[in-house]
Write a protein that binds this ligand. Structure first.
Ligand SMILES: [Mg+2]
Length: 257
């Protein structure tokens, strides 16, 4: 791939930029170099443990100054989507980061709402499942921030939002509307908020759903092998799941800028 022609880079976070605690090798340097070359750099994540503000603080603690507007969380996408629909309260299975993103856009979290939003929640339990089911039974619409089955912290693999969502979907026989990657709702958010020409954009991710998302946006796509997907699965991928390139050495991005 000719990275010189890429004007806007979208990086997935978990598995691509970092493994939560530490940057993946060279990533910090690559991001710094792209910014120095006046490339536009954005970060996309379905992980709602932190809010947009929280991720900006995390980057800062890790030594990179990244503006909040460069970080697109599924929580922000959900909040803006609900706002556009006139929804001002939701029942959310999620953590502080999600609540922060929602409340930053005037969305209150309550246990009596016509909207249920499922997200990653380390305090998920039976009572929360029951509340979500009761609301959906009474007509609430079910949304999710993603369908990932797992994510990696250090060398450990953890269940992600997918298994929690599966519980809610199994109990209610309803299928959630996804607002995170690779959904059309997240795509629309990006196209509305960021001035870009899709053919000048590259999405770098560690899952085939990242590739699917990038393809659906009309971006070029690249997969790194530092996260969830292995080379065998990438090579088997077809159609919109097939990336334009596999990045084995991340330095290739900035080598010829
Ligand atoms: Mg990832």
């Amino acid at each position: 791939m000719n990275y010189k022609n890429i004007k806007t880079f979208f990086f997935d976070l978990d598995g691509t930029v970092w493994n939560w605690r530490d940057f993946n090798p060279q990533m910090r340097h690559i991001i710094e170099k792209l910014e120095k070359k006046h490339k536009k750099v954005f970060f996309l994540t379905n992980n709602t443990i932190l809010s947009q503000k929280g991720y900006a603080r995390k980057f800062s603690r890790m030594g990179l100054q990244i503006a909040e507007e460069q970080i697109i969380t599924a929580g922000i996408v959900a909040a803006k989507y609900f706002q556009s629909k006139g929804i001002d309260n939701v029942y959310a299975l999620g953590e502080q980061g999600l609540v922060e993103d929602l409340s930053a856009h005037g969305i209150t979290v309550t246990d009596n709402a016509k909207t249920v939003l499922v997200s990653y929640d380390r305090n998920f339990n039976y009572a929360k499942l029951k509340t979500a089911c009761d609301l959906i039974k009474r007509g609430a619409v079910l949304y999710t921030t993603g369908r990932e089955t797992s994510w990696i912290v250090g060398v450990e693999k953890y269940p992600a939002v997918g298994p929690i969502l599966a519980a809610v979907e199994a109990a209610t026989k309803k299928e959630a509307i996804n607002v995170g990657k690779p959904s059309a709702i997240m795509k629309q958010r990006i196209l509305d908020d960021i001035f870009l020409f899709p053919e000048d954009c590259l999405l770098v991710g560690d899952e085939l759903s990242d590739v699917e998302f990038g393809s659906s946006c009309g971006f070029r796509t690249a997969v790194v092998l530092t996260g969830i997907v292995d080379e065998y699965a990438v090579k088997k991928a077809q159609g919109i799941l097939k990336p334009d390139t596999i990045i084995r050495d991340i330095n290739e991005i900035t080598r010829n800028l």
